[in-house]
Design a binder for this molecule. Sequence first.
Ligand SMILES: Cc1cc2nc3c(=O)[nH]c(=O)nc-3n(C[C@H](O)[C@H](O)[C@H](O)COP(=O)(O)OP(=O)(O)OC[C@H]3O[C@@H](n4cnc5c(N)ncnc54)[C@H](O)[C@@H]3O)c2cc1C
Length: 367
Amino acid sequence: MKIVVVGGGIIGCATAYALARAGCAVTLLERATPGAEASGAAAGMLTLLGESGQSPFENLAIASWRLYPKVAEELREQTGIDVEHVTRGTIYPLFTAEDVLHAEARAARHPAKDFGIEAWDAGQVRDREPALASRVRGAMFVRGEHWVNNQRLVVAYAQAAVAAGVVLRAGLSVSRVVVEDGRARGVVADGERVDGDVVLLAVEAQPGQLVASFRARLPVEPRRGQMLALTHVPPILRHCVHAESVYLVPRPSGELLVGATVERVGFQGAVTAKAIAGLLRAAIELVPALGDLPISRTWYGFRPWAPDSLPVLGPWPGVEGLWVATAHFRSGILLAPITARLMTSWITAGKPGMDVRDFLPDRFVRG
Ligand SMILES: Cc1cc2nc3c(=O)[nH]c(=O)nc-3n(C[C@H](O)[C@H](O)[C@H](O)COP(=O)(O)OP(=O)(O)OC[C@H]3O[C@@H](n4cnc5c(N)ncnc54)[C@H](O)[C@@H]3O)c2cc1C
């Protein structure tokens, strides 16, 4: 089967890799470079708290999280790239005695014991992460919440895809999907036709514009996220720390990521003083010693968001051979391995292997 994948973010690269390993002839078209957009801008957290396996989305998230150790190992074997899969766990700081009681109750009843949820009192917090501010009265600790270096991950997936036979064509912008007799036959990219039996749209926002001739508009919109990194040498934090208005992600490569805003500003590409000031204020309140660290970089990215905040996965209504995988919003890094697996099984064998009813594009697009 000849497949054209449009979009070299984490979703496009991971899925192209899985499709090639399943025996498909895959061409991956990316208008810039792999990971140039949201996938390179993310923090790389594999966040699960609240996911208790009770909805199709939660099942998807947990299934993907379970694939990660193997994915990290496999990508290292295939490419030599260490994706910095850190498994030390995430601290959710708590500020009142009542919050600590709630955390204890929640830890006791969480069904997925392999997440390793624990409630910590102030003394345990002080022992394990001494740099946290003294006003932190306790914490919910989730041993199973891990993180990766998403920039490395997307490069590793792209390189593994090429090694598996994918033809990666970077710097080519797709303007439309070619549809003949109700079937996708390929795409037009910078005036050149690229043929395929199947077209998979893994672009971040408005994939509907690529099939404009059908007046189909998928209401996927950007949600801007701004972040910054501090030079974290020698390190102050060992764990990921996730509070309400800021999260902190210590990377083995010597950066501490501080994120992130969620803003509805269209594709306005800018880092703003207000956002960076707000993130820094919240970070220093939580960990006062961070105030002395150098800022190494700031950036923004656009998360693909659908109105119900769920991914859009599956066949495009009314056009045979056209598929979409987008709108992973805040969880695209977490969800990449399972998205790649289920899209590959769905496209090649007709079965996604999971309950995907909540994710179908026809909840927005009519055939
Ligand atoms: C600040 C921030 C923090 C985040 N933190 C996390 C996190 O901690 N954990 C997590 O799981 N998720 C996180 N996310 C979300 C995650 O980054 C996204 O859900 C994910 O990257 C989406 O991947 P994608 O491949 O769909 O999109 P993208 O990475 O945007 O890839 C789409 C690609 O398509 C290409 N493209 C677009 N149009 C065309 C065209 N016409 N022709 C050819 N190519 C085209 C683009 O250049 C782009 O490379 C974060 C996002 C942001 C912005």
